[in-house]
Design a protein around this ligand. Structure first.
Ligand SMILES: Cc1cc2nc3c(=O)[nH]c(=O)nc-3n(C[C@H](O)[C@H](O)[C@H](O)COP(=O)(O)OP(=O)(O)OC[C@H]3O[C@@H](n4cnc5c(N)ncnc54)[C@H](O)[C@@H]3O)c2cc1C
Length: 400
């Protein structure tokens, strides 16, 4: 696909909105209509198409904004990251196929790894030469991650890994797994955990895809049987895996996919546009109950935008996001799940006789509705986020 990659990256010091205007202009000029979920020309993009798109975005200065230049980044601030994300959200482009690398593995590698590891892994993540997956959850360790059993034993030259992960998104395409394993027993809980960058082509790894309710096989079970890795695959000190994992989870809850509220707003506007063009749906739009619900959704989206802006301001002072990530994780997932249900119900009567844009909206929101079932589960279930908010933000007593 011919994307414009001969781009001059603007200097954000030249004006507050310079970078955002650059992102808007580039994305609007380059995003093919067949990759826009609200376009009549939309078709599910292939992995190769998504990869080429993200490579071009990186070359245009729309990925790696906050990463240091020595690792391939643009050495800018979270404000530019947010500015770009607002524009990414406003066009319904495919979800990133490299986000685990760019938003989870990359930041933790930067925080805990050796210079040699940073030089090996980081530029390849931005250039989309590697896909990463996150190997944390296990059949008996999800919300209570400290129950994980996957064992890492030290051998003469490195480590031998045995165990099983589950719900590992993108495992089938991944070249590396950000793996959490333990050196001792489950009774050790948070102690003795160790993080690795495991090459997925290492002998002994089996990936068994799991089909989800939407018919996709986007996650998998991953089995590790006597998997031997060099000590250079270890990220951080052998006993500091838990603190690294908690950092990954707080990033995942707070700043990962920052574009969400702008995307939800684009979805809402697209829904209204499609309804207005279809006589039956236009009549529905005139109902007071429907209008009230749309107003509530827009209010929630605005609240979410405020949360993201506040998080960026907070992080820009050098503070850690900590437990506050749970606030936005809880709020965005619950609000979007409710929005997806509303849209699904509104579009229920769309059939072969309906206008093309209404039929496209139905296909788009049916996929969205099914995936939204998972949004209150992945990156930590809602009940756990409420526990964290109660205990670590509000200091409420544990037992009444
Ligand atoms: C689409 C999707 C993608 C995912 N991708 C990944 C991935 O790439 N890598 C990865 O490691 N994991 C991934 N996960 C796994 C995800 O992190 C776990 O599913 C999640 O942490 C919940 O763990 P669990 O499934 O074991 O459920 P459990 O922890 O068993 O929870 C089940 C239910 O029990 C209740 N519950 C649990 N704990 C509490 C509590 N403290 N208080 C009150 N109620 C509670 C809740 O109702 C909860 O919904 C993914 C999950 C999904 C759905």
């Amino acid at each position: 696909m011919p994307f414009d990659t001969d781009v001059t990256i603007p200097n954000p010091a030249k004006g507050r909105d310079t970078y955002r205007s650059h992102a808007r202009a580039w994305l609007q000029a380059n995003l093919p209509s067949h990759m826009r979920a609200d376009s009549l020309e939309y078709r599910t993009p292939t992995l190769q198409e998504c990869t080429a798109w993200e490579q071009a975005m990186y070359k245009a200065g729309l990925a790696g904004m906050t990463w240091p230049t020595e690792y391939g980044g643009y050495g800018l601030s979270l404000r530019e990251h947010l500015a770009v994300n607002k524009e990414i959200g406003s066009l319904l482009m495919p979800e990133s196929v490299g986000s685990v690398g760019k938003e989870l593995a990359g930041p933790i590698i930067m925080a805990v790894s050796t210079e040699e590891q940073k030089a090996i892994f980081l530029p390849r993540i931005l250039a989309m030469q590697d896909y990463w997956c996150q190997g944390f959850s296990e059949p008996d360790a999800g919300s209570d991650l400290a129950r994980l059993r996957t064992k890492a034993e030290q051998t003469g030259e490195g480590w031998r890994i045995n165990g099983q992960k589950i719900w590992t998104s993108g495992a089938a395409k991944a070249t590396y797994c950000l793996l959490l394993a333990r050196t001792g027993t489950v009774a050790d809980r948070h102690k003795g955990l160790v993080m690795f960058a495991v090459p997925m082509d290492t002998p002994g790894i089996t990936v068994r895809p799991i089909k989800s309710i939407d018919g996709k096989e986007s996650f998998a079970e991953v089995f590790f049987k006597d998997v031997e890795v060099a000590d250079s695959s270890r990220l951080g000190a052998p006993d500091e895996g838990w603190s690294a994992a908690i950092r990954v989870l707080s990033i995942e809850r707070a700043t990962n996919r920052m574009y969400r509220p702008w995307r939800f707003e684009a979805e809402l506007r697209g829904l209204i546009r499609a309804c207005k063009l279809d006589p039956t749906l236009a009549a529905k739009l005139a109902e007071p109950g429907v209008q009230t619900r749309i107003g509530e959704i827009l209010g929630q989206i605005d609240g979410l935008k405020g949360m993201i802006e506040a998080s960026v301001e907070h992080l820009e002072t050098g503070a850690l996001i900590g437990a506050r990530g749970s606030l936005s994780k809880f709020y965005w997932s619950e609000c979007h799940q409710a929005f997806a249900s509303f849209a699904y119900e509104l579009l229920a009567q769309v059939g072969p006789q309906s206008r093309p844009l209404a039929r496209r909206a139905k296909a788009q929101f049916t996929t969205g509705y099914l995936f939204a079932r998972a949004e209150t589960i992945y990156a930590g279930v809602s009940e756990v986020q409420l526990d964290i908010i109660a205990q670590r933000i509000l200091n409420l007593p544990k037992d009444l």
